[in-house]
Write a protein that binds this ligand. Structure first.
Ligand code: UT7
Length: 340
């Protein structure tokens, strides 16, 4: 008998729209102010505020892991989504500071939240990771591969911070944000996503140590290779270009103009970067959701925490068009347009 080719049960089904049905976030209790930092390195509240907009950041406890913060954010998102953790089919954790190189931080989160039916993996796209995660989740749901996906951005950046380097240590903080995605049977949801990368810029923001190229040795730790290295000015320049490009592409794909957007949720790295983007894409700064003054740059968690705050505070309302736009080491960038 001639063998019939296998047909995918998914192939005949129409593509589905994907909605965020719950968000959550968590930041550690401990606050480190600019004044505190000025007692640690040669800096000042004035320098940090005028160059970055950051006033304070949160610092995880010594024994508080990335997966613990991620799990706390996830449980809040699950509660808001009114689902059981067992309904989750896939957990994606975007992070540059995993609990360990392996297993994936998502595996630790699965155990902590009891999502026993989920497959788990991490996404390494630095600060752009949460939006890369939303895009991956969307593809799985749209294609009927999975129904419910949990996407988390979580970081313990203070574990890779060089506390003697004033160029970087004033910028970063810890925290986590999460979103539950599902097909909701309405038009609301993710309208378009543009993701991109330029690997020519791997040398402007990176952590050289801890991987196969430069394993952990006493000498490498003495050289601070286990901490963040950054050419700030170059990152700044590339960030503005990348975020403008990502915004334009996501809006174009969505068939919307910047004037249709009720709220922009950008990566929270530097207020000057956000101001430059507002100016260049022609949208008032008031339309941007900004919380970097309170948390600093929390990398993959930043836009996820901001989304949760904007959601819970009523800053974004059903029917609003929202633009989320990010950039990160790699360089990576992404823009997502949602109808809330
Ligand atoms: O998620 C992506 C993560 N990274 C970023 O987003 C970083 C993007 N870049 C930036 O945000 C900015 O480039 C910084 C905030 C990092 C730096 O601002 P800048 O206006 O580009 O300053 P700069 O690097 O040109 O430094 C100006 C001066 C230098 O002194 P000299 O050489 O002019 O005497 C620095 O040594 O400021 C000095 N400086 C500081 N002074 C006080 C650098 N860091 C500090 C500090 N406190 N913390």
């Amino acid at each position: 008998m001639k063998r019939q080719p296998r047909s995918s049960p998914r192939s005949a089904k129409p593509l589905r729209t994907v909605s965020i049905i719950g968000t959550g976030s968590y930041v550690p209790e401990k606050v480190l102010t600019n004044a505190d930092l000025s007692r640690m390195v040669d800096t000042s509240d004035d320098w940090i505020t005028t160059r970055t907009g950051i006033k304070e950041r949160r610092i995880a406890a010594k024994d508080e892991t990335t997966s613990e913060m991620a799990a706390k954010a996830a449980l809040r998102a699950i509660e808001q989504a009114k689902i059981s953790a067992k309904e989750i089919n896939l957990i994606l954790v975007a992070t540059a500071t995993p609990d360990m190189l392996f297993p994936a931080t998502a595996c630790f989160v699965q155990k902590k939240i009891g999502a026993t039916n989920a497959a788990c993996l991490d996404i390494s796209a630095a600060c752009a990771g949460f939006l890369f995660g939303l895009e991956i989740a969307q593809q799985f749901i749209t294609s009927h591969t999975h129904d419910t996906v949990l996407v988390i951005g979580a970081e313990k950046l203070t574990s890779i911070t060089n506390w003697t380097d004033r160029n970087t240590c004033v910028l970063f903080g810890d925290g986590a944000g999460a979103a539950v995605l599902r097909h909701r049977g309405s038009a609301h949801g993710v309208i378009s996503t543009h993701i991109g990368t330029d690997g020519h810029y791997t040398d402007i923001l990176f952590m050289p140590g801890g991987g196969s190229r430069c394993p952990i040795t006493r000498e490498n730790v003495d050289l601070n290779l286990n901490t963040i290295h950054m050419i700030g000015k170059e990152v700044y320049k590339q960030a503005v270009t990348a975020m403008i490009r990502a915004s334009k592409k996501a809006l174009e794909q969505a068939g919307l103009s910047i004037h249709d957007i009720a709220c922009v949720i950008p990566h929270q790295a530097n207020l000057r970067i956000i101001e430059a983007i507002a100016d260049r894409i022609g949208i008032p700064l008031e339309k941007f959701y900004v919380n970097l003054d309170r948390y600093g740059n929390t990398s993959a968690a930043a836009v996820a925490i901001a989304l949760d705050e904007a959601n819970r505070s009523g800053r974004i309302k059903p029917g609003d068009y929202i633009l989320m736009v990010v950039f990160g080491a790699g360089l990576t960038w992404a823009g997502t347009v949602l109808e809330w």
